[in-house]
Ligand binder design. Structure first.
Ligand SMILES: Cc1cc2nc3c(=O)[nH]c(=O)nc-3n(C[C@H](O)[C@H](O)[C@H](O)COP(=O)(O)OP(=O)(O)OC[C@H]3O[C@@H](n4cnc5c(N)ncnc54)[C@H](O)[C@@H]3O)c2cc1C
Length: 381
């Protein structure tokens, strides 16, 4: 197989990898994306919420409009206690602008929309091209791929998710993911549709689980449940009858619609919430990890994809605005590390893995974050 050259080779064509490809392309770099999966990407079958900060980041490299055509708007949220009493109801994020509203969509829809946009922009995305290893020297970094080919570039970006190979190439002693203390269940049902305001996501603080549900415009209830319990051995699969019964039993203690929703759902998925609290090295001379590979948080804050979109913008701006690659990667880490570590800590506090009594203040003000993300504003820490 022939070798290929590019400015940047991105490993992983999931959420972080495709977003980085679009942002770096906008900054004028020649990018190749190498995805292990032979067709699209691996899919948990879960759904995601994209927050306004993530939608704003997508807008910086022209992807907010294509993504807003997938899934549906979320414009308000409410919280119920275990007795079904509404504790709060409020608008969600930047409701007024249809490109920065919260969105709800399946993981597969998001990846498909991002990969389609990569194609529209003429960026090369190779499937079945999983990374096997990489060699870096003063002249460049060469990725060895499962299809027998190689790609040589100035920079290799590891957007290869929670179990990142690139993370271990950068640091063979890097700590792997930890169990964050909760099991996460997901499902969809068209037969239990609790009364709901259009565009509303309802969070239930139940006795045995934290639960969220929303009704799609097509009349399907999307739901998740987070339950504090020991880690499961088998995940990404339909839970056993025993596990399903256990979840239902816990939900039946509450006077809320949650048990009825779960009872009406046929295909349920379950996974372990995991995170990466401390990855000491994000980079070597010519390799960098982004997205979940560098800073996976447990799902509680619902910010994983939005953080990956922010990574993409900041990295593109850092490479665009810095005198050389080394300064760009330093600046990137200075801007991204405090914000993503804060998100990991905030999510862990909501998940139960570690409960600091109070979180320290957020590392950057809203104005700083806006400045970091605005495409036309030069990047500085
Ligand atoms: C249960 C659950 C619920 C979540 N809910 C939300 C939510 O509501 N909102 C939100 O914003 N985030 C949510 N997240 C987090 C979000 O899914 C992740 O943050 C996001 O998927 C990270 O994207 P990524 O591209 O870094 O990694 P991934 O999505 O894992 O993508 C990695 C890609 O790399 C590929 N790959 C892996 N190894 C190789 C290799 N060696 N060579 C080439 N390719 C490779 C994989 O096939 C995959 O396509 C949730 C996560 C979980 C587990």
């Amino acid at each position: 197989m022939p070798g290929q050259n590019a400015h940047v080779v991105i490993i992983g064509g999931g959420i972080a990898g495709t977003a980085a490809a679009l942002a770096l392309h906008r900054a004028g770099l020649r990018v190749v994306v190498c995805e292990a999966h032979p067709r699209t990407a691996t899919d948990l079958g879960a759904f995601l919420t994209l927050a306004s900060n993530g939608m704003k980041a997508l807008g910086q490299f022209g992807a907010a409009a294509p993504i807003s055509r997938a899934g549906f708007d979320l414009t308000s949220m409410s919280a119920l206690d275990e007795n079904g009493t509404e504790l709060i109801a409020r608008p969600l994020g930047e409701v007024e602008d249809e490109l920065t509203r919260f969105r709800c969509l399946r993981w597969s829809e998001l990846t498909a929309a991002l990969q389609a946009e990569v194609g529209v922009q003429g960026i090369e995305l190779r499937h079945g091209a999983g990374l096997l290893g990489a060699v870096e020297n003063a002249d460049g970094v060469t990725a060895e791929l499962a299809d027998g080919s190689t790609v040589t570039a100035d920079l290799l970006i590891g957007a290869d998710g929670l179990n990142s190979l690139v993370r271990t190439l950068i640091d063979p002693n890097a700590a792997g993911p930890r169990y964050a203390g909760q099991r996460v269940f997901y499902g969809y049902t068209s037969t239990a549709t609790p009364p709901s305001v259009p565009g509303r996501i309802t969070m239930v603080r139940g006795r045995a689980a934290s639960f969220g549900y929303t009704l799609s415009p097509a009349g399907q209830t999307y739901w998740f449940a987070r339950q504090t319990a020991p880690a499961l051995e088998q995940v990404g699969v339909e839970p056993s009858a025993e596990l399903r019964a256990q979840l239902l039993e816990g939900l039946q203690q509450d006077q809320t619609p949650t048990a009825e929703i779960v009872a009406a759902t046929e295909g349920i998925l379950v996974t372990n919430a995991r995170d990466l609290p401390q990855v000491e090295k994000w980079r070597s001379e010519r390799m960098l990890i982004i997205g979940d590979a560098a800073h996976a948080a447990s799902p509680a804050t619902g910010q994983g994809a939005s953080m990956a979109f922010e990574d993409a913008v900041v990295l593109a701006k850092a490479l665009r605005d810095s005198p050389d690659q080394d300064s760009a990667l330093k600046l990137y880490e200075q801007v991204r590390r405090p914000r993503t570590e804060y998100n990991i800590a905030a999510s862990a506090a909501m998940t139960g893995a570690s409960r600091p009594p109070t979180l320290p203040p957020a590392p950057f003000s809203d104005e700083d974050v806006a400045r970091h993300l605005e495409w036309d504003t030069p990047l500085s820490a």
